[in-house]
Each structure stands twice: as structure tokens, then as C-alpha cells.
Design a protein around this ligand. Structure first.
Ligand code: AHR
Length: 677
């Protein structure tokens, strides 16, 4: 009897002590009207940097397929009698082509080898579709060619993996095609096209040699690499911002991104030297050009296929301000600005105009008579200064006059704060733009302290588009460490809590080829065969997949959950399911017990955690699943022993409401979905 009394007394003491010590009680204003979270909130920024498009997402395997690089045979190895020509070319905007001639002996070959970008990836059993344009160029009216998938390295006796013979007939340019199947998986393959004819007078002209996997994303022609495009789709993006970034501006205006060069038949799209070809002296990539193959039609199509609003950014007549001294006069004259404005107006017509309009017709002819429903237009990328405002004003006025329904995106420049930023914001407010594109690549300290960045922003005026951001490790540690992703997750609670201010966001950059990057960290890494999703990718995905429709207030111990002992949190309601969604980042290295006060109807739920014990751990192509979200179902049936239920777990309060508590590990990001139905 004595013993029993003692243990009861002890238990009571413990409960009282625990109740007094109780900390981290999270309260959710479930019935508050909340702030609508826009469907555009979490998106993607796609720029052809790090071989993201040519050599990456764009499924073309052949580098310099049209022989238009500054050195027309760059990307190719030629052997035998091969001549680059430009007379009577089939495509006026891509005038170079090659002529193969007889080498003087049947055993000697004339032809070309292409190694793609860092090799050509082939998958076992996959079909590859070869297309090219050709005509005979000698006496014989029929000339044989051989197309070969090649394994250039290795000890095997036969380099040729698959061979197709093609007969070119007649002296008129015509399109030829063949399908080759790879018998093996190979990361660094090559492709050869040879004159395959013993007639000493045989000669053939060849142009636009293209090799695509037969399977592309969504089965699209001129399509995208399936695995990479799927990785984008799996982000559930609300927007797709394209095509840049700095490539919009160009190093000079001549090599700015010109959308009109990227539509219509691919054979006639002129190439452009990529601004990231020589982006940095330390990492030069002389074979980095833009084929225009992944052009504006393909960007709009991709946006539509992955359910994202297209957000194109256009040049405002200013070459990259980082790469140019104003004394060099890198910008267009105010008279010439009209051309840039017209390009933007034509772009809107291309996207939305009737198939009878000039540019709507181009879209329709490409296979999309229905409009793409463009709603946003970004004018300029990272611009600043009086020269920008001077150009921005007539630009915006012209677009608004013609298309008042289009929302205009301005900019706050390249930095997260400071004089330029403040001046630009002032101007953007004065001009009443719809959205301002903010960029902030910054170190851990910024992300640690700034989950409250938008708490004090004005609630009226232009909305924020956090168009480029990423946490960069300090001391040159620009890797995709877990800790960087955790800090991004923590920062993003602030985007969500301030959904009345921030209506769009996108991490940047998105893609990087492991052998061809100019900038890091990046969201998704790939090689010729594989794809790797970083921890930052999973953060973006967790936010978008668990976005909710209405942000509701959340407090911890009666105060906002903003830098609260290492905790940052946001909460939202999913109107369709009724789920209460809570996102919590615990930045502290220590675990903390959280107590959720939940409404009575919560019976079950889900908890998805992203965690690593090692803050500098990261995923890699060889170990892509080192750190991945881990999901667990939650059961809100009260624990059997009500006296001890307060320790950890579920407790029904006398009013029926639920108290759910759990120990959240140190340095952890977690998404809770509390089901009410
Ligand atoms: O995302 C990489 C670059 O960063 C973009 O091209 C530019 O807008 C920014 O400076």
C-alpha cells in the first residue's frame, strides 16, 4: 500500500514538473481566414547554364549538328576527305554543311565522329533516331552512307555497337532517317557517319546530323531527356521561369537570347554562343553553344506539360551589366529599344494570339493551335541604374497598352539588399509593376537569420517573386550540403507565412552536368545517363507537394515561430483534403520536443522528415539516396496509458482536442500533414 502511494505521488510530481517545463507548444489558428497561397508559389527557374539545355535536358546527342560553331567542325573529328561548304545550303540561317568524298581506296574512310558533350550516353536496348539532310554531290545518283553507334574506348574487338546503312538518292536536298538500337549501356559513346560507297566518284553533302533517343519526355518530337524532364515534373512546379538569367542579356547584345531565333523548324534556328561558354576564366567550356533546339515553343510546351505557368524573361536592350563597363556603351539606343519592345509584343502574340495572327500562326504550325495562356512577362534580368529605368518605362508602357492583362515583372537587381536594391524597389513601386524579381545567393548566416525577411515588407504594392536564390556554403564550400538545404527549408517558412507578399519563388540554378558546370550549388545534377536529386531538390519538392491553399498563423508558446530557439515554422490548410500542413525546421543541433495543439477531428496524419546527422553530407550520382525524405504515418488514437500519455505521443484533452507531441531531431526539416477527414 505504501509503495503504491509513493509511486502515485512520484508520478504526480513528474507530471507537474513536466507541465511547468513544457515549452514549444505549437498553436495553429486553423479557423482563421488565413492568406491565400498562390498556385504559382513554388516553381522552377530554367537557364541554359551548366549544360542544362544543350548537353542536358534537350535530348539531342550531337554537338554542333549544323556545323555552325565558330569553328564549323568543333565537336567533330573528321577523317578522310571532308570539306565544309556553304554554297547552295538547304537552310539559309545555318549555311554550313559538309561534303564527304572518296578517299582514293576502298579501305580508306571519309567521315565524321561526334562525341556529344562529354561523350554520348547510350542505354541498353534503347532506340536512337538518326535524322540528317543530304544530297549526292558527284556522278553517282545514289551514294551509300553508314551511321554507327560507337564505343570508342575499351578493349573489345569491335567498336561498332550498331550500324545502319542509308542510301542518299539524287542531287536535291532531302531528309533521311534511320533507327539504331544500342546493345549495351555506355556513358561515353560516340557516333560516326561515313561515306560507305566504293565508287571512286561518290560524293555526298550532309547537313543537320541529329540523333535523339526514340523515347523522350511525353513522347514529344524534338523532345527532352525523359529522366531530367521527369525530375522537373516531380517538383510539382507552379511556374517555369525561362530562359535566364544572364543568357537573356548576353555578354553583348548580339548574343542575347532572341526568342524568334528559337522557333520554327529546328534546322533553321541559328545557333548562339552561350554566355556561359566563357562565363568564368577558371571554368571555360569552348563547346558551349545554344542550338536553339530547346527554344521558346519547347519551353512553353514543357511548362504546359508539367502544369506550370510560363514566365518568360526578355531582354530590355541591356547586355550583362556585370560583364560590361558603361563606357563601352553596351546597351541599345533608345531608338533601337523599339525592336526589343516589338519582340516582346510579338512573343505575347506567339504565346496567346489566334492562329490567324502572324506569330500565333507560327505556334499553330509548330503543332499548338491553342494558346499557351501566357500571363506574366519579365522585363530584363538583373539590371540596375538609370539606364535600366529609362528603358524599362517605355517597355512596360507599351506592353500594358497592348496587353493590359499581362502581369509585368520588374527587378530589384542582383543583390539581396543595399543601395541598388532599395533604389530599384522604390522605382518598381512608383511604376506600380505587378511583381519584383529578387535574387539572393547568399551564405549560411543570411539564411539562418532571415526567415523573417518578408514579415516587415509592405502589404500593398508589387508582389515579390523570389526568382533566384540558394544557400551557398561559406569559405568556398559551394556544395549541395544537407545544411544548405535545411537553411533553405527554414527560410522558405518565411515565404509561406508571407504568402500575401511573396507569390512566386524558384531556386537557382536548376541543372548541372557533373563534367560541365560553371556554377554551383545546383538543384539537380546529371551525367549522360544518370540524374541526382540534391537535398535542396527535396526541400523544393516537399514545399510544392505540400503547399496548401491558405497560410494560417502558427505560434510557439504564444510567439511567432521565427528564429525561436532554432525553430522556424509555417502552417497552411489544404482546402481539398482539409489537411492541416505544418512545416518546421529545427536549425539547432539539439533535438527539441514539440507539442501540437490540434483540433478534435484530427485522427491520423503523416510526417515527412529530411535529416542527416552530418550537416555537410550530400547526395551524389553514385549514392543519390544518401539523404532522402522519410515518410511515416501518424495515428492519433490516444495512447493506452493516459497517465503517461503526456510523455510523448497523443493525448485527448477534456474538450476532445488533441495534443500531439514528439521529439524532433536536431538539424531536421519536417512536414506534418494532419488529416481531419
Ligand atoms: O543562376 C545563375 C546566374 O545568377 C543567373 O544567370 C543570373 O541571373 C544570376 O546572376
Amino acid at each position: 500500500m505504501k509503495k503504491l502511494l509513493l509511486s502515485a505521488a512520484l508520478a504526480a510530481l513528474c507530471v507537474t514538473a513536466a507541465a511547468q517545463a513544457r515549452k514549444n507548444v505549437l498553436e495553429l489558428a486553423v479557423d482563421a481566414p488565413g492568406i491565400p497561397i498562390q498556385p504559382t508559389m513554388y516553381g522552377i527557374f530554367l537557364e541554359d547554364i551548366n549544360f542544362a539545355a544543350d548537353g542536358g535536358l534537350y535530348a539531342e546527342k550531337i554537338c554542333n549538328r549544323s556545323f555552325e560553331y565558330e569553328n564549323p567542325l568543333q565537336g567533330w573529328k573528321s577523317f578522310g576527305k571532308v570539306e565544309v561548304r556553304t554554297d547552295e545550303a538547304p537552310f539559309e540561317r545555318n549555311p554550313h554543311y559538309v561534303r564527304f568524298g572518296y578517299q582514293g581506296h576502298p579501305a580508306r574512310q571519309s567521315g565524321l565522329q561526334n562525341d556529344g558533350w562529354f561523350g554520348i550516353g547510350y542505354e541498353k536496348g534503347a532506340d536512337y533516331k538518326l535524322t540528317f539532310w543530304a544530297r549526292t554531290a558527284g556522278k553517282p545518283k545514289e551514294v551509300g552512307l553508314a551511321a554507327i553507334l560507337v564505343k570508342p574506348q575499351g578493349e573489345g574487338e569491335n567498336q561498332n555497337l550498331a550500324l545502319a546503312e542509308i542510301t542518299v538518292k539524287g542531287s536535291k536536298w532531302a531528309r533521311y532517317e534511320a533507327t539504331l538500337t544500342s546493345p549495351i549501356t555506355l556513358e561515353k559513346g560516340a557516333f560516326r557517319l561515313l561515306l560507305w560507297d566504293e565508287d571512286p566518284q561518290a560524293a555526298v553533302d550532309v547537313e543537320h546530323i541529329s540523333l535523339f533517343p526514340a523515347e523522350t519526355f511525353n513522347g514529344d518530337g524534338n523532345g527532352l531527356r525523359k529522366d531530367l524532364a521527369q525530375a522537373l515534373a516531380d517538383l510539382h512546379p507552379g511556374i517555369l521561369r525561362f530562359p535566364g538569367g544572364c543568357i537573356v542579356e548576353g555578354t553583348t547584345l548580339e548574343n542575347r537570347y532572341q526568342w524568334k531565333n528559337t522557333v520554327g523548324p529546328v534546322e533553321n534556328r541559328p545557333i548562339n554562343i552561350n554566355r556561359w561558354n566563357y562565363g568564368t576564366f577558371e571554368r571555360m567550356f569552348p563547346d558551349y553553344y545554344q542550338s536553339g533546339g530547346l527554344g521558346f515553343y519547347e519551353y512553353f510546351r514543357l511548362a504546359e506539360e508539367i502544369g506550370a505557368e510560363p514566365v518568360p524573361i526578355v531582354s530590355c536592350g541591356m547586355a550583362c551589366q556585370f560583364q560590361n563597363d558603361p563606357d563601352w556603351h553596351p546597351n541599345c539606343s533608345m531608338d533601337d529599344l523599339r525592336t526589343y519592345i516589338q519582340d516582346a509584343l510579338d512573343l505575347i502574340e506567339f504565346a496567346n494570339g489566334s492562329p490567324k495572327s502572324k506569330w500565333g500562326k507560327v505556334r499553330a504550325q509548330m503543332g499548338h493551335p491553342e494558346p499557351f495562356n501566357l500571363k506574366y512577362l519579365g522585363i530584363g534580368n538583373e539590371q540596375w541604374g538609370a539606364e535600366f529605368i529609362e528603358r524599362f518605362i517605355p517597355f512596360m508602357e507599351a506592353v500594358r497598352a497592348r496587353y493590359p492583362e499581362i502581369k509585368i515583372i520588374g527587378t530589384s537587381g542582383p543583390y539581396l539588399g543595399g543601395e541598388w536594391f532599395d533604389d530599384l524597389w522604390k522605382e518598381m513601386r512608383r511604376l506600380d509593376v505587378d511583381l519584383v524579381d529578387e535574387h539572393y545567393y547568399s551564405w549560411e548566416g543570411f539564411y539562418e537569420k532571415n526567415a523573417g525577411r518578408y514579415d516587415s515588407y509592405p502589404r500593398t504594392g508589387p508582389k515579390v517573386f523570389a526568382g533566384e536564390y540558394a544557400c551557398h556554403g561559406s569559405d568556398g564550400k559551394k556544395f549541395n550540403h544537407f545544411n544548405a538545404a535545411l537553411l533553405e527549408a527554414s527560410f522558405m517558412t518565411g515565404l509561406e507565412r508571407n504568402a500575401d507578399v511573396v507569390v512566386m519563388s524558384s531556386y537557382a540554378p536548376t541543372f548541372a552536368h557533373v563534367e560541365g558546370w560553371q556554377w554551383r550549388p545546383d538543384l539537380i545534377w546529371f551525367d549522360n545517363l544518370r540524374v541526382m536529386k540534391t537535398c535542396s531538390y527535396y526541400v523544393q519538392q516537399l514545399y510544392a507537394a505540400n503547399k496548401g491553399d491558405r497560410a494560417i498563423p502558427i505560434t510557439v508558446d504564444g510567439k511567432p515561430v521565427v528564429n525561436a530557439d532554432g525553430l522556424n515554422a509555417s502552417a497552411a490548410i489544404d482546402e481539398a483534403t482539409g489537411d492541416i500542413i505544418v512545416k518546421v525546421a529545427n536549425l539547432s543541433p539539439y533535438s527539441q520536443t514539440l507539442y501540437f495543439a490540434l483540433p478534435a477531428e484530427v485522427k491520423s496524419g503523416e510526417r515527412i522528415t529530411l535529416h542527416s546527422d552530418n550537416p555537410v553530407a550530400e547526395n551524389s550520382l553514385d549514392a543519390p539516396e544518401t539523404i532522402v525524405p522519410v515518410s511515416r504515418t501518424l495515428d492519433f488514437t490516444p495512447v493506452a496509458d493516459p497517465d503517461n500519455a503526456w510523455l510523448l505521443g497523443v493525448r485527448r484533452q477534456p474538450d476532445g482536442s488533441v495534443e500531439y507531441s514528439e521529439r524532433l531531431g536536431g538539424r531536421t526539416f519536417v512536414v506534418y500533414r494532419f488529416h481531419r477527414n
